[in-house]
Every structure is written in C-alpha cells, then in structure tokens.
Design a protein around this ligand. Structure first.
Ligand SMILES: C[S@@+](CC[C@H](N)C(=O)[O-])C[C@H]1O[C@@H](n2cnc3c(N)ncnc32)[C@H](O)[C@@H]1O
Length: 186
C-alpha cells in the first residue's frame, strides 16, 4: 500500500516506470522514504518495491536476495534473479546482489540498513549481528514486520533496547527504527 505522496515522488523522478511489486504495509513507504539517505543496505529485495523507495533520496542502495523462496507469492509477477535484475537496472543507484545474507560480503559502510530477509529469530539476529558492524555511527537500522506474527523480530528489538545497543527512535507502519549512537557496535 503506497501513499499518494510517495507515488508522486516516484513519478516525478521516473515518469516512464511503474513502482515494482512488493510486500509493504500502510505507512511503511513513509519510513523507507524518510530514512533512505546516503548509502543504504536492504536485506530481502523480493521484487524491489522497498528498494526503489529507499533509492529515491539515497546516494546508493545495495540490496541482497538469495532468490530461493517458492510459493504463490514468489511466483507472482515473475520473481527470478534475472527478471528483478533487469527491472532494477533502470535505476542507476541500485546494486542488486544475489546471495544468502550469511554469505555475501559488501565492503561498504552504511547510513541506513533495512532488514527484511528471513523472518525467524535466528536469521534476523544473524543479519543484525553481521551488518550492524557496517552501520555508521548515527546511522539507522530498520526492521520490517514488527508485529505479533513475527515474535522473533519483536524479541530481537526488545534485546537491542534492553542491552542498550542502539536507541529506539520510532515505529512507522510496521517498521521499527533504531539509531546507532553507540561506538561499541562499529
Ligand atoms: C518479505 S520479502 C522482502 C520484501 C521486500 N523488501 C519488499 O519491499 O517487498 C523477503 C525476501 O528475503 C529473501 N530472503 C529470505 N531469507 C534470506 C537470506 N537469508 N538471504 C538473502 N535473502 C533472503 C527472500 O528470498 C525474499 O525475497
């Protein structure tokens, strides 16, 4: 569900293209637009909707997907690496990386990281532990799908707060936003 405002921003910049398909809830687009600044990492590209919204203001976006999921949702619209690569090639600041988040190496520091890959506690925790080391001081970490169906994500968010690892800033849509003010992470 994409707001008029973000659709308008997209159309102004890319009048010849349509927004890709994706899995976003009400107001998630506003969070992605607000925090999509500088060099951005997304874990979990799917068909590229969040990727493209993140790219509207960002300098560069790196987006990672293993392209290994099956099921009706993942066949909708042709979800393969080749198709998504071609679609995202229209945007000159988006870099699509095929691979499992556990395996990929991206030699960059990030201003914003959006975690939306595997949704089980173990995977989200691994993604957080690995990539938060590459988050700049005062950068933002965003977790998608912070609602009761995904207890593992909620648990990890609680741990980050309890352990004082990052400061919880706000929740927009179903995205929890943290700020990395703590030197010990980097
Ligand atoms: C919920 S979808 C992402 C939705 C997307 N961000 C959007 O805007 O619509 C999750 C994606 O993460 C990918 N994925 C899941 N686990 C992964 C992992 N460990 N490494 C890389 N990609 C993964 C899946 O293939 C799937 O495309």
């Amino acid at each position: 569900m994409i707001s008029e405002k973000i659709t308008q921003k997209f159309k102004e910049k890319y009048p010849d293209y349509e927004l890709p398909l994706g899995i976003l809830f009400k107001n998630d687009d506003k969070a992605l637009y607000k925090y999509g600044e500088g060099v951005v990492l997304e874990i979990g590209t799917y068909q590229g909707l969040a990727t493209v919204i993140l790219s509207l203001k960002a300098k560069e976006v790196y987006t990672v997907d293993a392209f290994f999921q099956t099921g009706p949702l993942y066949r909708n619209g042709g979800y393969t690496y080749e198709i998504i690569k071609e679609k995202l090639s229209h945007y000159n600041n988006i870099n699509l990386i095929k691979g499992k988040s556990d395996d990929v190496v991206i030699d960059k520091k990030f201003d914003t990281i959006f975690i939306d890959g595997g949704h089980e506690y173990n995977q989200v925790k691994k993604d957080y532990d690995k990539f938060s080391k590459q988050l700049n001081k005062n950068g933002y970490l965003l977790f998608h799908d912070c609602f009761k169906e995904y207890q593992g994500i909620l648990q990890l968010c609680d741990e980050i707060i309890i352990n004082n690892e990052m400061r919880f800033i706000e929740k927009i849509g179903v995205i929890n936003i943290f700020k990395n003010e703590n030197n010990s992470i980097t």
